[in-house]
Write a protein that binds this ligand. Structure first.
Ligand code: NI
Ligand code: MN
Length: 226
């Protein structure tokens, strides 16, 4: 499968049979190389309800008919808009036709802000363990450093991890380096930085210091094949 980074926390996974999009924040994401009007999607996975993660989900799913997998309250909210959404919760796993999804905890918040400023409660924030053909990708989501990352690293053989480094809204580089030691992935890709002024970071300075696993500062549009 081919995994591509698209800026902020946007990741696409292309398998032999499915186009999977994770946290497709395209409109308003100055870093993103995708076009919400043409991007392919069979499945959209969402880590939490914040607008910089749900992004263009509704429009993409309406155009493509993609199914959505999200934490329960967010899935219910999207289902109320006529979309096909499968709700899960922290610690639960499910075998889909495209692969296995397990939601991990994340220390963060989760809500969706409507255009009129109304906040919708979207349940807990999470991270996503996506296993396809014996390869496991861990999209850590938005989170602070928390010690159960060590448990997640011990209990899962993680091939590729997407780790936030932006600081301010998530862990910053120093905490993310500790997270990488605990997650113990073969490859680490930093995400959630340089989208906004408050999360400006140097991804190469970060990946140079990654001690456990190989740090790969993917540029927008760059891919890894697993
Ligand atoms: Ni967030
Ligand atoms: Mn975010």
């Amino acid at each position: 499968m081919k995994i591509t980074y698209h800026g902020h926390s946007v990741v696409s996974v292309q398998t032999d049979s499915h186009h999977i999009l994770i946290d497709p924040f395209i409109t308003g994401n100055s870093l993103c190389d995708l076009d919400p009007n043409t991007v392919k999607a069979d499945v959209i996975l969402l880590t939490h309800g914040h607008n910089d993660h749900v992004g263009d989900t509704v429009a993409i799913a309406k155009r493509t008919g993609a199914s959505i997998v999200a934490l329960n309250e967010l899935a219910v909210y999207l289902g109320q808009q006529g979309l096909d959404a499968h709700g899960m919760n922290i610690g639960g796993a499910y075998d889909f036709d495209f692969g296995r999804v397990k939601f991990t905890q994340a220390f963060h918040s989760s809500s969706y802000e409507e255009e009129d400023g109304t906040f919708i409660y979207t349940g807990m924030p999470g991270g996503i363990l996506l296993t396809i053909d014996d390869k496991t990708i861990y999209h850590v989501g938005d989170t602070a450093l928390f010690s159960d990352l060590k448990l997640i690293g011990e209990r899962n053989d993680i091939d590729l991890a997407f780790v936030p480094i932006g600081d301010n809204f998530t862990m910053g580089p120093e905490d993310a380096l500790v997270a990488c030691d605990w997650i113990n992935a073969d490859i680490v890709v930093p995400v959630h930085y340089n989208t906004f002024p408050v999360i400006e970071q140097d991804p190469v300075a970060f990946t140079d210091k990654v001690a456990t696993g190989k740090g790969m500062p993917l540029k927008v549009g760059e891919s890894i094949t697993l």
